[in-house]
Design a protein around this ligand. Structure first.
Ligand SMILES: NC(=O)c1ccc[n+]([C@@H]2O[C@H](COP(=O)([O-])OP(=O)(O)OC[C@H]3O[C@@H](n4cnc5c(N)ncnc54)[C@H](OP(=O)(O)O)[C@@H]3O)[C@@H](O)[C@H]2O)c1
Length: 223
């Protein structure tokens, strides 16, 4: 039975991923800052909730890694993220920094902290956004979010190179425009539908496709 660790597991796409992975027979480690009634409801012998995990607070990642010492992780899904809408006229240095700290730096350090738990054949999925695509940016704005996801994409390619000798593949995945708190419930797909597509993409991921950037629908995206 594979073991998957999901960050940002208490709501939105992370919660839906936990639900779908449990349905598929995975052991799930649900990492979150704080659990939620919906996550608690998934409780069962194959769900382990790890609360107190803030991806922008390295000490909480180190503590998680210590608690998981000796546990092999087959799929590490780095999903935690924030979006603060901004425009050129409303730029705020604190929110730009916050998004970089959580979405890019925090995600990179999540992977580094958990890397001892990854084995040959393990897979890492970085939940990025097509808003981090420079080639796909046709409308501007969203400086902090776009920059943070572009930086995450860059980290994903380096991780793919650096972890290849260990037999670990990395997927850089856009989940679609998904109905969650982040989009105030707007979007083209439900979190459950997005989670199912993301799982298809992670299942397909191999060392041959490691380090490439995909829409959950299966379309390859430009950098
Ligand atoms: N929804 C979309 O259309 C869409 C599109 C493209 C990409 N994405 C990406 O998909 C991922 C999930 O987004 P979502 O739509 O599910 O958003 P969401 O409903 O707002 O959920 C965000 C999740 O990230 C967690 N999180 C935020 N900051 C964190 C931190 N510092 N440490 C740990 N966890 C943290 C939140 O936990 P708390 O409850 O503790 O805040 C929550 O579990 C994000 O990376 C997002 O950028 C979403």
């Amino acid at each position: 039975m594979p073991t998957s660790l999901v960050t940002g597991a208490n709501r939105g796409i992370g919660l839906a991923l936990c639900h779908e992975l449990l349905e598929r027979g995975h052991h799930v480690i649900a990492a979150c800052r704080a659990s939620s009634p919906k996550l608690d409801k998934l409780a069962g012998p194959t769900l382990r909730i790890e609360a107190g995990v803030d991806v922008s607070a390295p000490a909480t990642l180190t503590a998680l890694a210590k608690r998981l010492s000796g546990t092999s992780i087959d799929w590490l899904i780095c999903n935690a993220g924030v979006l603060v809408a901004d425009s050129f006229d409303t730029l705020n240095i604190e929110t730009v920094r916050e998004q970089l700290e959580i979405n890019s730096v925090g995600t990179l350090f999540t992977v580094q902290s958990i890397s001892k738990n990854l084995v040959s054949g393990s897979k890492i999925a970085l939940i990025t956004s097509r808003m981090g695509s420079i080639g796909d940016n046709s409308s501007g704005g969203y400086y902090g979010y776009r920059m943070s996801k572009a930086a995450l994409n860059a980290a994903g390619v380096s991780l793919a190179h650096d972890l290849r000798p260990r037999g670990i593949a990395v997927a850089i995945l856009h989940p679609g425009f998904v109905q969650t708190d982040m989009t105030a419930g707007h979007g083209q797909v439900t979190a459950a539908a997005s989670a199912r597509l993301l799982i298809e993409r992670i299942t397909e991921l191999s060392l041959g496709t490691s380090g490439t950037f995909w829409h959950a629908s299966g379309e390859q995206l430009p950098w």
